[in-house]
Design a protein around this ligand. Structure first.
Ligand SMILES: [Zn+2]
Length: 349
């Protein structure tokens, strides 16, 4: 269909899909998250401005979005280079870097990290949630937004010649805003023309993923090449999850390593821990969806880096995979989830 057909597009150019190896489908290597700063409880305001130290680390782990420095992942490029080398040494091959416009995408840094580490990095085109849309973005028609997305994949992002290889994460709030709806429609239109992979960040409500898939379907998207991120915090009910799975999109459990008592962005949600995530993946495998599951950590703050006592980008390979084997998920299913599914998803049609 296009010159991209049958290939994966990384920040260093096109690669054969078989070269990727074990792939994390939703990560961030450089971004800022000030858009989602969450004010701390009144008596903790001083802590939110302190540098990260051992004595406040537990507080930051429990209130990650209330600590200003914690939201600046773009300050850790050297540490992240080391962590990517560690990931590679543990059998990692590739990752999708989902930072889009609005949270400080930096494709030049991604290119440098790919060159320095040999890890394949696929960058994301498009826009994060409405709260980060510029006045210019909000004023654009669906056609204009489609042009922006196609340009980032065909010619390069942010004024460079470094090209994105996936659309997303496309940010959606709950309720979905009009500007976000137009971006979703543009995503579907660009995907129909390019045959490219798409990845969505849904709003924090169990109805959000259903609504988003319907908007995409109506606009002509290829749902089989679309990932719904963050299912761990979005659809907690088993029956509802199996109903959603029938749409045929990829089902992503991408908050591995996140174990929170209080989920600041939606206090109604009890964030599942890793053991619960593993049980959910086992359920989906048992129900016949092993071709549709993807996994990642979605690291987007400093405290989850190994440098700050966090789990880092190798947690799934080092800790989750052995536990999954113990819980009856087969080696064969894990190869699908970590190698085959991301490869199929990322290959242009
Ligand atoms: Zn993300």
């Amino acid at each position: 269909m296009s010159s991209l057909s049958g290939k994966v597009q990384t920040v260093l150019g096109l690669v054969e899909p078989n070269r990727l190896g074990r792939t994390l489908s939703h990560e961030h290597l450089t971004m800022t998250f000030d858009c989602c700063y969450y004010p701390p409880p009144l008596c903790h305001e001083a802590t939110s401005k302190e540098p990260i130290m051992m004595k406040n680390l537990f507080w930051i782990q429990k209130n990650p979005y209330s600590h200003k420095e914690n939201l600046q992942l773009n300050q850790e490029t050297e540490a992240i280079k080391e962590e990517l080398l560690y990931f590679k040494a543990r059998g990692g091959g590739a990752l999708v870097e989902n930072t889009t416009t609005g949270i400080s995408r930096d494709v030049q840094t991604l290119k440098w990290l790919a060159e320095e580490t040999g890890v394949h990095i696929i960058s994301g085109a498009g826009f994060y949630v409405d709260a980060t849309h510029s006045a210019e973005t909000r004023a654009m028609s669906v056609e204009q937004l489609t042009d922006v997305l196609m340009n980032e994949i065909l010619h390069g992002a942010d004024g460079t010649s470094i090209k994105c290889g996936v659309i997303g994460e496309i940010g959606c709030s709950w309720p979905l805003t009009e500007s976000e709806r137009r971006v979703l429609q543009a995503t579907a239109h660009a995907q129909a023309q390019l045959g490219c992979p798409v990845i969505i960040h849904p709003g924090r409500n169990p109805s959000a993923p259903f609504q988003i898939i319907r908007v995409l379907q109506e606009a002509g998207a290829d749902i089989s090449k679309t990932v719904m991120s963050h299912l761990d915090r979005t659809i907690l009910d088993k029956k509802e999850l199996l109903e959603f799975a029938q749409f045929g999109c990829y089902l992503e459990y991408d908050l591995f390593g996140t174990e929170l008592l209080h989920y600041q962005f939606n206090p109604d949600i009890d964030m599942p821990d890793d053991n619960k995530r593993i049980r959910r993946v086992r359920l989906l495998v048992d129900e016949g969806y092993e071709d549709r599951i993807l996994m990642a950590h979605d690291i987007h703050t400093k405290h989850r880096l190994m440098k700050y006592g966090g789990h880092g980008y190798s947690h799934i390979l080092t800790n989750i995979v052995p536990k999954m084997l113990l819980r009856g998920i087969t080696e064969n299913a894990l190869d699908k989830i970590l190698i085959e599914n991301p490869k199929q998803w990322l290959t242009f049609k």
